[in-house]
Design a protein around this ligand. Structure first.
Ligand SMILES: Nc1ncnc2c1ncn2[C@@H]1O[C@H](COP(=O)(O)OP(=O)(O)OP(=O)(O)O)[C@@H](O)[C@H]1O
Ligand SMILES: [Mg+2]
Length: 397
């Protein structure tokens, strides 16, 4: 299929997409490389149209928009959707997503962004939601169920976009039989609220007797999420705290206000909840897709993999843990050293957080079946982190 890669209303390039192999097989013309996905613009060199370089990177980027191979229960989802690979979903809805404005327009067609985008146009999500999150689901029957932004979600957890009162919400379940992730998301929101950190507000919802997290879409028709992975792709790699410093510098150079404070906030949160999963696709910046101006640091999102979720042990409170600082895996006590200004944090605002979390976990215990012992241990761990940070702040100069 000859098509145009679009960024909202701007033509980026003309290419041939092969639906059978799910890849771009020819770049015909580059029209506006600055409006290309950031990672593609970064690797582009003059004359690339005729080389494999741009074509293969573009295919890779497009494939990366699909549901990843490491999605929890992917086999089951594919079976229910009656397809063999996630790539088969990519061209079913023009490759549109709710995290950016890229889409693939058939060449010569007069379809417009307004006609097809999922921010304005409703989508059928009931069957996909069931296929994604339900324990027992039938095979999806309606073709319309595959015309959704659910074809282009990233991440390991089972998830689905839904619409309620016109708002697009992302529902996320737990990993395998784990039930803690949604609660950790809500805990992170509670902490961010108290400390005044910009964040995606997560709440709890129940779906078929399962507790899931629910958050509104933080992207609008005029913005896109560019993850740190894309930003870092073209930057020098240090494998040290220099990666962090260079990232902040880049954001400041692009005109983002208070970039350092906002990035620090994320690592302070990660310390408090022991978030192990701050990989480079779990944070980023918001760019205006019309002006290409970097608008802000993205609100903090995806905080579920926390509180030693994988290391729970009935016999002891496991207090050690490692977080991520760009390319490095390090103990949380090491990572927090990268944060320059801790004195501004009103840590007393977190005094009742362990108690609040305890209440929340008990409130849903009849569904989650989480043991009293585990709830107690989670709150002890949280309390310990808050107190540790208190001491670090007191000692800070
Ligand atoms: N509220 C939102 N609005 C817009 N896009 C979002 C929102 N939440 C998540 N996303 C996009 O969806 C992707 C997957 O979401 P998220 O990171 O929460 O899932 P996950 O399965 O927990 O990921 P991981 O594999 O990192 O554990 C994010 O990387 C981001 O691109
Ligand atoms: Mg994620």
């Amino acid at each position: 299929m000859k098509c145009i890669l679009m960024n909202k209303n701007t033509e980026v390039l003309v290419a041939e997409y092969d639906e059978a192999v799910k890849a771009f097989i020819r770049i015909i013309e580059v029209k506006n490389i600055h409006y290309a996905p950031y990672i593609i613009e970064g690797i582009y060199e003059e004359g690339d149209e005729n080389s494999n370089h741009l074509r293969t990177n573009l295919s890779e980027w497009f494939k990366g928009r699909g549901i990843p191979s490491w999605r929890d229960k992917l086999d089951l989802l594919l079976h229910r959707l009656n397809i063999d690979t996630p790539s088969e979903l990519l061209d079913k809805a023009f490759g549109l997503s709710l995290s950016d404005q890229y889409w693939i327009k058939p060449y010569g067609s007069n379809i417009t962004y307004d006609d097809v985008n999922f921010f304005d146009n409703d989508f059928d999500y009931a069957e996909f939601l069931e296929a994604s999150l339900s324990l027992n689901s039938k095979v999806v029957t309606k073709e319309a169920s595959l015309k959704t932004p659910n074809n282009t979600t990233d991440g390991m957890l089972k998830k689905a976009w839904i619409i309620e009162d016109g708002v697009r919400y992302l529902l996320k379940g737990g990993y395998k039989n784990e039930v803690l992730q949604p609660f950790n998301e809500v805990l992170a929101s509670m902490i961010c609220d108290r400390l005044g950190f910009s964040h995606v507000p997560y709440t709890l919802a129940t779906y078929k007797n399962m507790v899931v997290s629910k958050c509104p879409c933080f992207i609008t028709k005029d913005t896109e999420l560019i993850t740190a992975y894309q930003i870092k792709n073209n930057m020098k790699r240090f494998d040290s705290v220099e990666d962090y410093e260079a990232y902040i510098q880049k954001l400041e150079d692009e005109g983002i206000n208070d970039a350092r404070t906002k990035i620090e906030n994320m690592y302070i949160l990660d310390y408090l909840i022991m978030n192990e999963d701050r990989h480079l696709n779990n944070f980023g910046i918001i760019r205006d897709v019309n002006t290409l101006k970097w608008v802000d640091v993205a609100p903090i999102f995806d905080n579920g993999q926390s509180l030693n979720i994988e290391d729970y042990n009935e016999d002891e409170v496991v207090t050690s843990g490692h977080g991520r600082l760009f390319y490095e895996l390090k103990p949380f006590d090491e990572i927090i050293k990268a944060v320059k200004d801790l004195k501004r944090i009103n840590i007393r605002a977190l005094d009742d957080i362990p108690e609040e979390f305890d209440k929340l976990l008990h409130e849903y215990q009849h569904i989650t079946k989480m043991s009293d012992k585990r709830i107690y241990r989670l709150c002890v761990l949280l309390d310990r982190q808050i107190n540790n940070l208190k001491s670090i702040i007191e000692q800070a100069v």
